[in-house]
Design a protein around this ligand. Structure first.
Ligand code: FES
Length: 118
């Protein structure tokens, strides 16, 4: 198991996997439950979606180089190159030159508030 990110203090972030490729992490809206002071909330792994940062169209990263590709709606990932759009929670391409294809999901779990991959 490898830590991809030490906490859930993000909406969308791009991190580097130990094997060298980039991973887009998206935290689902409202995924951080309120916890009583001094306690750690239980966080289901499904609250973070992880995908390889590789557009199905040409295999390049979605972002402009700054790691950011989530639109202001909080639900859509945008490829900066040709404008393909993807559902943040499924990876399905909903528009653009690769419509109908999917981002490749990376399996992650949440352990003690950190994002972990196998
Ligand atoms: S490389 Fe992503 S839409 Fe063309």
């Amino acid at each position: 198991m490898t830590q991809l990110h030490p906490n859930l203090d993000f909406t969308q972030i791009t991190v580097r996997h130990p094997e060298g490729y980039e991973v887009i992490l998206v935290r689902a809206p409202g995924a951080l439950p309120e916890a009583p002071p001094g306690t750690q909330p239980e966080t289901p792994a499904a609250t973070v979606h992880a995908y390889r940062n590789s557009c199905p169209h040409l295999g390049i990263g979605l972002d402009y180089g700054n790691g950011q590709c989530l639109l202001d709606d909080g639900k859509t990932l945008l490829c900066a190159m040709h404008g393909a759009t993807f559902e943040a929670d499924t990876g399905l391409c909903t528009g653009g030159p690769c419509a109908g294809s999917r981002l490749k999901r990376v399996a992650v779990t949440i352990v003690n508030g950190a994002v972990i991959c196998d």
